[in-house]
Ligand binder design. Structure first.
Ligand code: SF4
Length: 640
């Protein structure tokens, strides 16, 4: 049965809201398929505003792959701003897709990609606006399967009550596999309703269905065990890993936004995974092993993507792009190919070594020379050993000296505050480092026209990392250290004016910590915050720490857990963690040993270049590291 477009009803509301263009769809490379010709229909959501959600690579890739399947269609939906939400409620307009403005509730699957936990309240808004019951157990056969993916889905327990299912890892193959299961089940006349469909998905071992697992607690609040509550459901759920990125050269037709978005460029992922072993980095741990895309596929994707989109900037994405085995050739090949054009190339440059400067020079050949960014992360040598970020002060000074002497005038340095074992002196070390950077820059250039911006983020311990057992630093300590750092920078007459300082206060990190390492009991806090008006928690102008703390106090009152219990409490080695039944491939004993090594300042190498140190991913997942070099070159498309 056809589903009517909501656009005529939505259109009447658009003159009354900010940035109405974000809701109209029709972007270049967007796809609208015939509703009746599809058997499996996905609504893909990025739970933030259009300007943040549209550029999201994960959603764009799945959107394209699913729409390429003959009997499957996919449309997109984003979080609506509170002004439109209020009007939709008063006028009875439900959550809609931007592609054909179809009601989200009419789809078979609502797939939500969570890069961060701060999108959880936006999920509840979308469900409520869509008319889908918030509680998964209250849904009927007329409701879509609400499925979570993305990095936050590696611990979906805080939103377990609101989800029908979650998938871990790379989405390309599992999205197709899920579509196939739904197509077959529908073809058989949907026997057993949504319960049987969920059972079919769960029994594959690659889809987590929270309601098929019971959680038992000790009287002191710790988890006693998590176990399947029906036969045929596996006790562990595994992540998905795409092994040959060259077989999945998506996006081929990048979406070109109509409204302003946070990134306006064509991004190509040059490899997936990272083995540098930074202990704070969840993305690095959960995306192992490293799998490179070949230089020729990268070249083909850039060529096709620019042609299809008209973008004039290409970003080469990965967790540590300079580590690609042929990055020098990729940079030179692309810079040669686009010499004399207005095509800019960018690399999220974070590794601190001179090679990066050569790369940056290559990348800026055809475009602007913006600032260079390095991420030493820790302010002292000791701190960097704890987090396994092997950068010495010497490396950093040598690299920035090269950058300044080659004409760069602005260097950005990224650090974290609140790291395990951190003391005041480690944070004040950031000021010393920044002053040395300016001093070196002035000496190298003979000019005072050099700048350095210090940017600080609050550290949040994440699941599936060696710091998953660590106590999170309380926000009072983080704020005090950041104040002292600011005073040290501002009070310096010689260098203070040349150093910019950007930081956030420590409170949002506590909420992120609660949501990152929370269990199912945290779901009631999320719901209470949402009922109290919580929306867009990733936006400082919407975020309210007080709202979260008030809700948590109410929900946890009289029980054995509270916000501190979830955040600033260190866990014992054998405590059952809420995500222990969700397998990212990492060996728990290896993670624990790495945590012990961290507190003893022992570093581990990168297994990309050194022998395997048995983190467990390759044998558990049946995967392997895949790197070049291929020895191939990128030929220019036209003779320049
Ligand atoms: S199993 Fe070995 S080779 Fe594979 S990612 Fe872990 S340390 Fe590296």
């Amino acid at each position: 049965m056809s589903v009517e477009s909501l656009f005529p009803r939505l259109e009447a509301l658009l003159p009354k809201v900010q940035k109405p263009i974000q809701y109209v769809g029709g972007e270049l490379n967007s796809t609208v398929k015939d509703w009746d010709e599809a058997t499996v229909r996905w609504a893909l959501m990025y739970p933030d505003a259009y300007e943040v959600g549209l550029p999201n690579q994960g959603v764009q890739i799945l959107y394209e792959i699913l729409n390429e399947l003959p009997e499957t269609m996919a449309e997109r939906t984003y979080a609506v701003w509170p002004d439109l939400e209020a009007l939709m409620r008063s006028e009875g307009v439900p959550q809609f897709t931007v592609d054909a403005h179809r009601p989200v509730r009419a789809f078979d699957v609502l797939g939500v990609s969570f890069s961060t936990e701060l999108g959880y309240t936006n999920l509840l808004t979308a469900l409520d606006l869509a008319g889908i019951p918030l509680d998964a157990v209250a849904r009927t056969d007329d409701d879509p399967i609400v499925l979570a993916g993305g990095h936050a889905a590696f611990n979906p327990e805080p939103i377990a009550d609101f989800l029908d299912a979650a998938v871990l890892g790379d989405g390309e193959q599992i999205a197709i596999a899920i579509s196939e299961v739904i197509r077959e089940w529908k073809g058989e006349g949907a026997p057993g309703g949504r319960d049987e469909l969920l059972m079919r998905l769960a029994s594959t071992g690659g889809v987590y269905v929270p309601k098929f697992y019971d959680v038992e607690y000790h009287p002191d609040g710790r988890i006693k065990r998590v176990a399947p509550n029906r036969s045929g459901v596996p006790s562990r759920v595994f992540k998905h890993t795409v092994m040959d990125l060259d077989e999945w050269p998506y996006p081929k037709k990048p979406l070109v936004p109509l409204a302003e978005t946070v990134h306006e460029r064509f991004s190509v992922e040059i490899f997936r995974g990272c083995t540098r072993g930074c202990r704070f980095c969840q993305a690095g741990m959960i995306t192992r092993p490293v799998r490179e895309r070949s230089i020729t596929t990268i070249g083909d994707m850039v060529e096709a993507g620019l042609k299809e989109s008209g973008f004039s900037e290409v970003g080469l994405l990965s967790l540590s792009s300079a580590d690609h085995s042929e990055i020098g050739e990729v940079a030179k090949g692309l810079a040669d190919r686009y010499e004399g054009t207005q095509t800019g190339l960018s690399l999220p440059s974070t590794r601190v070594d001179a090679f990066n400067i050569d790369l940056a020079n290559e990348f800026s050949r055809n475009g602007r020379r913006s600032g260079l960014t390095f991420a030493p992360e820790g302010g002292s040598e000791r701190m960097r050993k704890v987090i396994n970020k092997m950068v010495t002060e010497e490396d950093l000074i040598r690299t920035v000296t090269t950058a300044y002497s080659q004409g760069w005038r602005q260097v950005k340095l990224y650090f974290m505050c609140g790291l395990p074992t951190e003391e005041d002196i480690d944070v004040l070390g950031i000021a010393d480092l920044a002053k040395k950077v300016i001093k070196a820059g002035r000496e190298a250039t003979g000019s005072r026209d050099v700048r350095c911006t210090v940017s600080i983020g609050g550290f949040v311990p994440k699941p599936h990392t060696p710091f998953q057992w660590a106590a999170q630093c309380d926000h009072e300590t983080v704020d005090r250290r950041l104040r002292e750092l600011r005073n040290s920078l501002r009070g310096d007459k010689e260098y203070g004016k040349a150093i910019g300082y950007r930081y956030h206060d420590g409170k949002p990190s506590i909420v992120e910590g609660l949501l990152s390492r929370g269990d199912r009991r945290v779901g009631s806090v999320i719901r209470a915050v949402w009922e109290d008006g919580g929306r867009f928690d990733g936006w400082s102008e919407h975020f309210s720490y007080e709202r979260w703390m008030t809700a948590a106090e109410r929900v946890f009152s009289g029980g054995s857990v509270d916000v501190d219990w979830y955040t600033t409490r260190e866990r014992e080695e054998h405590e059952v963690l809420p995500w222990d039944h969700l397998d990212a491939g990492l060996d728990r004993e290896w993670l624990w040993q790495d945590w012990q090594d961290a507190v003893s300042d022992v570093e581990v190498e990168d297994c990309r270049w050194t022998p395997c140190y048995d983190c467990g991913v390759c044998p558990t997942m049946g995967t392997e590291i895949q790197i070049g070099p291929t020895g191939k070159k990128l030929l220019p498309l036209t003779v320049v």
